[in-house]
Design a protein around this ligand. Sequence first.
Ligand code: FES
Length: 99
Amino acid sequence: MGRIKVVGHCDWRMAMPDSSLLSLLKGKRVPVATSCGLGSCGSDMVLVIAGTENLTPIGTTEARTLAEMEAPENARLACMARLTDGDIELTVPEESLAT
Ligand code: FES
Protein backbone atom coordinates (compact mmCIF):
# COMPACT_ATOMS: atom_id res chain seq x y z
CA MET A 1 0.00 0.00 0.00
CA GLY A 2 1.27 3.44 -0.85
CA ARG A 3 0.44 6.95 0.21
CA ILE A 4 -0.08 10.21 -1.62
CA LYS A 5 0.28 13.82 -0.50
CA VAL A 6 -0.83 16.70 -2.70
CA VAL A 7 0.51 20.01 -1.46
CA GLY A 8 -2.30 22.47 -0.88
CA HIS A 9 -4.97 19.80 -1.34
CA CYS A 10 -4.49 16.79 0.92
CA ASP A 11 -2.04 15.49 3.48
CA TRP A 12 -0.80 11.88 3.42
CA ARG A 13 -3.59 9.50 2.40
CA MET A 14 -3.58 5.82 1.52
CA ALA A 15 -3.16 5.06 -2.18
CA MET A 16 -3.64 1.79 -4.02
CA PRO A 17 -0.56 0.68 -5.95
CA ASP A 18 -0.96 0.40 -9.74
CA SER A 19 -3.31 3.39 -9.73
CA SER A 20 -2.74 6.28 -12.11
CA LEU A 21 -1.99 9.60 -10.50
CA LEU A 22 -5.08 10.90 -12.23
CA SER A 23 -7.35 8.38 -10.54
CA LEU A 24 -5.65 9.00 -7.20
CA LEU A 25 -6.06 12.77 -7.57
CA LYS A 26 -9.71 12.44 -8.51
CA GLY A 27 -10.21 10.06 -5.60
CA LYS A 28 -8.80 12.72 -3.27
CA ARG A 29 -11.08 15.32 -4.88
CA VAL A 30 -8.21 17.31 -6.37
CA PRO A 31 -9.76 19.07 -9.39
CA VAL A 32 -7.08 18.25 -11.95
CA ALA A 33 -7.82 19.11 -15.58
CA THR A 34 -8.02 16.25 -18.08
CA SER A 35 -8.74 15.95 -21.73
CA CYS A 36 -7.22 13.17 -23.81
CA GLY A 37 -6.30 10.58 -21.16
CA LEU A 38 -3.56 9.42 -23.54
CA GLY A 39 -0.56 11.48 -22.54
CA SER A 40 -0.75 13.81 -25.51
CA CYS A 41 -2.57 16.99 -24.42
CA GLY A 42 -0.54 17.82 -21.30
CA SER A 43 -3.49 19.30 -19.45
CA ASP A 44 -2.89 17.16 -16.34
CA MET A 45 0.78 17.92 -15.72
CA VAL A 46 1.81 17.55 -12.08
CA LEU A 47 5.14 18.20 -10.38
CA VAL A 48 6.69 15.44 -8.28
CA ILE A 49 8.29 16.66 -5.06
CA ALA A 50 9.34 13.28 -3.68
CA GLY A 51 8.92 9.61 -4.52
CA THR A 52 9.49 9.72 -8.28
CA GLU A 53 11.10 6.27 -7.95
CA ASN A 54 7.67 4.98 -6.93
CA LEU A 55 6.14 5.85 -10.30
CA THR A 56 6.18 3.90 -13.54
CA PRO A 57 8.84 5.11 -16.01
CA ILE A 58 8.03 7.82 -18.53
CA GLY A 59 6.94 6.35 -21.85
CA THR A 60 7.51 7.72 -25.34
CA THR A 61 4.25 9.64 -25.67
CA GLU A 62 4.50 11.22 -22.22
CA ALA A 63 8.16 12.17 -22.80
CA ARG A 64 7.33 13.77 -26.16
CA THR A 65 4.43 15.78 -24.70
CA LEU A 66 6.49 16.99 -21.73
CA ALA A 67 9.32 17.99 -24.07
CA GLU A 68 6.92 19.94 -26.29
CA MET A 69 5.61 21.70 -23.20
CA GLU A 70 9.16 22.44 -22.05
CA ALA A 71 8.03 21.06 -18.70
CA PRO A 72 10.32 20.97 -15.66
CA GLU A 73 12.33 17.78 -15.07
CA ASN A 74 10.07 16.69 -12.22
CA ALA A 75 6.91 16.94 -14.33
CA ARG A 76 4.68 13.94 -15.03
CA LEU A 77 1.34 13.56 -16.73
CA ALA A 78 -1.19 12.32 -14.20
CA CYS A 79 -3.03 10.11 -16.70
CA MET A 80 0.17 8.26 -17.63
CA ALA A 81 2.14 7.93 -14.37
CA ARG A 82 1.10 5.06 -12.13
CA LEU A 83 2.08 4.53 -8.53
CA THR A 84 4.01 1.26 -8.25
CA ASP A 85 4.22 1.26 -4.47
CA GLY A 86 5.45 3.50 -1.67
CA ASP A 87 4.82 7.19 -1.22
CA ILE A 88 4.44 10.04 -3.67
CA GLU A 89 4.33 13.75 -2.87
CA LEU A 90 3.36 16.16 -5.57
CA THR A 91 1.89 19.50 -6.40
CA VAL A 92 -0.62 20.41 -9.07
CA PRO A 93 0.25 23.69 -10.85
CA GLU A 94 -2.57 26.19 -11.16
CA GLU A 95 -2.71 25.69 -14.93
CA SER A 96 -3.42 21.98 -14.38
CA LEU A 97 -6.44 22.60 -12.17
CA ALA A 98 -9.90 22.28 -13.68
CA THR A 99 -11.85 25.53 -13.62
S1 FES B 1 -5.26 14.03 -20.01
FE1 FES B 1 -4.14 14.58 -21.78
S2 FES B 1 -2.09 14.19 -21.17
FE2 FES B 1 -3.23 13.43 -19.50
